[in-house]
Design a protein around this ligand. Structure first.
Ligand SMILES: [Zn+2]
Length: 442
């Protein structure tokens, strides 16, 4: 058992800062109280964490999480999903709006935030729907959600594309008034009717209806032009193709206010996994080709893609243990995201921990306009709220279905060996995860 003596705080000794300096750091009264070179701080009344050589990072922020509550508590609850988030090193997550009821009113988004607070594992921010009922027709109560206690700044019909150009234009105009952002799930619905997997050589071989890259790219091209025309902020969810990267690169060079995310699974897995016919690999947008994966990695490294977001999408067994064509889209992501990033970005030399701190903490907090008092997405320095995590980057571990806080088990990494493990998560100085386990079990 780890002692929890909050008033005396914790001493993390000889940890590697995101900039790879060996430092001691003291957490006290919820904030970073002291930082000094390694070996120079004495424990005093603080509890010393055995942390020598561990990687210190700011608490991660996920801009794209499905927590399924309200409505599908058989798949996940805000409590289980936020616990999974903490185990994965997240101190804040944004809960997507495609719940039942849809989070398209102030009442629902406030409920989501409240349930997150009650659980207390990490901060839960609500994403508001763009359109009523995710139907793509009439705008939801965007202003009421923005001005509610939930202070919504990110709006998305994720799961569905805002495909009507005029609705998209009006949404961008509306959220501009309060510095909100529209997070678009870019998928032309007509081009992807009945789609089962990436359209390409493998879909042809398997005889499965394809989801062509152009269905994503055409929407992104339209939306960056709309964002430019309106002068509003646009965010692209789960970018999955090399062509999308090219369009975003062009839009940024032109000065358009667009940001983009990539999921861990699109950085590691490819459409060849569909040949297993195992629906655990069925996801939307689908796993793409190796060429796409390499383009996404390069784009994340050079900042064309701003952030990693998990698109954590729990599903009950019956939705996944069936034929491929019948199975639901989506995979778990919170608990293994950082390990997948270590494997796909750090270990092959494409990126470093300082950049990953930007892509998984500072930038997502900025895009979500997360309030400064929360401490999320802030550089680790004396006086800021202590949202920090410690990772053992040397460990290699086999991913186990048993060791998960999620209510669902559609985890594509089960039995895969991944590097790294989050051992400690602190939320404003409170130890949430210790030795890789929840301090307060579910
Ligand atoms: Zn989506």
């Amino acid at each position: 058992m780890t002692q929890r003596i909050e008033s005396s705080g914790y001493l993390l000794s000889s940890v590697l800062s995101p900039e790879q300096e060996l430092i001691d750091i003291r957490i006290s009264n919820g904030v970073i109280a002291e930082i000094a070179s390694a070996g120079s701080l004495t424990p005093g009344a603080s509890v010393t964490i055995e942390s020598a050589g561990m990687q210190l990072l700011p608490g991660l922020v996920d801009l794209h999480t499905h927590l399924r509550e309200p409505g599908r508590e058989d798949a996940e609850t805000i409590r289980t999903g936020s616990a999974a988030a903490a185990l994965g090193g997240f101190t804040a997550v944004h809960a997507m709006a495609n719940t039942d009821p849809v989070a398209d009113t102030a009442g629902v988004v406030e409920q989501v935030v409240r349930l997150g607070r009650e659980a207390g594992y990490c901060d839960v921010y609500a994403v508001g729907a763009v359109t009523q009922g995710l139907e793509g027709l009439a705008l939801a109560e965007l202003g009421a959600m923005a001005h509610s206690m939930a202070q919504v700044r990110v709006f998305s019909d994720d799961g569905k594309c805002v495909s009507d150009s005029l609705v998209m234009r009006r949404a961008l105009e509306y959220v501009k008034q309060f510095d909100g952002v529209i997070a678009q799930h870019a998928q032309d619905p007509r081009l992807t009717e009945m789609a089962q997997m990436n359209e390409g050589i493998i879909s042809a071989k398997l005889g499965l209806t394809g989801w062509p890259a152009v269905a994503e790219e055409a929407i992104i091209a339209r939306d960056v032009l709309l964002a430019e025309h309106v002068g509003a902020r646009l965010h692209i969810c789960h970018v999955s193709t090399s062509g999308s990267v090219e369009i975003i690169r062009w839009a940024k060079a032109r000065g358009i206010n667009v940001t983009a995310e990539v999921t861990p699974h699109h950085l590691l897995l490819t459409d060849s996994l569909a040949e297993t016919y195992n629906p655990i690999y069925k996801v939307n947008p689908p796993l793409r080709t190796n060429e796409d994966v390499l383009a996404l990695r390069t784009a994340l490294a050079d900042g064309t893609i701003d952030i990693v977001a998990t698109d954590h999408a729990p599903h009950p067994r019956e939705s996944k243990e069936c034929e491929w064509s019948e199975a639901a889209n989506g995979m778990l992501g919170l608990e293994n995201a950082l390990s997948v990033i270590q494997e796909s970005m750090i270990e092959n030399g494409l990126s470093n921990w300082k950049t990953i701190a930007e892509r998984m903490s500072y930038a997502p907090a900025r895009i979500g306009r997360v309030d400064a008092s929360s401490g999320h997405g802030q550089i680790i320095k004396v006086g800021v709220p202590a949202n920090v995590i410690l990772i053992d980057t040397k460990i290699r571990r086999k991913v186990s279905e048993m060791k998960s806080a999620s209510k669902s088990s559609n985890n594509p990494y089960i039995d895969r060996t991944l590097p790294g493990q989050v051992l400690y998560t602190f939320l404003r100085g409170e130890m949430i995860v210790a030795n890789g386990e929840l301090v307060r079990p579910l």
